[in-house]
Write a protein that binds this ligand. Structure first.
Ligand SMILES: [Zn+2]
Length: 257
């Protein structure tokens, strides 16, 4: 079995704002939205060697990172994986246009987790930005952010995120549902599953597509950051710290593009 890890470097993204891969009946596209610098402080170096590698790789203390989303489509499914920030929504609309889609065409929005840089495009002006879409969270993620404890959490950031999930529930109503990791997400597109990557958030997931002996892994919505870190390390100080280890520990057999 060969393993492909999708990665979109900023330079590649600037040259080609969309990458496409076909996996059986599914067409998977990486849409580039925007670039921004992140401070290396978000990387959790657990050893002196990792600290040295970070300093060598990012001497300015900044990581030039790109914000990407995925479109998975085929057999009547048009699924968007994550939506970027609220402020990057115009970029998302433009990126969708480049691949022949509008927000009204999206049948599903699947969220890798409930942070604002992934959920922000869902609600615009208090209304559903994807009027025909179902919104899918992992069971653990939805349970976590809708629990009473999150509404009254001591940390303001947690309360803010819980309120944002509440706004999604308000805008999409009974079109919000949850899925179980490790099972096909859509009967119409067999072989596409969500993979438990709890750590970055309690219910964080990556996406995996399998077809005909080939596996395509999509960690953290194709963040190039993960692939640059050798040896693998977590990139967040949030609880549990096990972000994307399952993917990071695999060799990159092929960059894909
Ligand atoms: Zn996050």
């Amino acid at each position: 079995m060969s393993t492909i890890i999708l990665a979109s470097s900023p330079r590649q993204a600037m040259a080609a704002p969309c990458h496409t891969l076909r996996m059986g009946p599914a067409e998977i596209q990486v849409l580039y939205l925007v670039e921004r610098d992140l401070k290396t402080g978000i990387l959790l170096a657990e050893t002196a060697e990792q600290q040295r590698r970070i300093a060598t790789a990012y001497p300015r203390g900044l990581i030039h990172n790109s914000l990407n989303v995925l479109v998975i489509r085929g057999n009547g499914i048009v699924a968007l994986v994550d939506t970027g920030y609220a402020w990057s929504f115009p970029n998302l609309v433009a990126a969708l246009q480049r691949v022949g889609l509008s927000p009204a065409d999206v049948t599903h929005v699947l969220l890798t987790h409930a942070h604002s840089d992934h959920t922000g495009g869902l609600v615009q002006g208090g209304k559903a930005a994807f009027p025909g879409a179902r919104v899918l969270f992992s069971q653990k993620e939805l349970a976590y952010w809708t629990s009473p404890e999150r509404q009254t959490a001591a940390a303001e950031g947690e309360r803010t995120l819980a309120a944002e999930v509440g706004a999604i529930l308000h805008a999409y109503g009974d079109r919000v549902s949850s899925f179980t990791t490790g099972q096909d997400l859509w009967a119409a597109l067999p072989g596409i599953t969500a993979v438990d990557e709890a750590g970055h958030t309690p219910g964080h997931v990556g996406i995996m597509a399998r077809n005909n002996g080939q596996t395509c892994c999509m960690p953290l919505t194709c963040s190039p950051l993960i692939l640059r870190c050798q040896p693998p390390m977590t990139w967040t100080r949030l609880p549990q710290r096990a972000c994307a280890r399952s993917f990071c520990s695999r060799p990159v057999a092929k960059a894909g593009w």
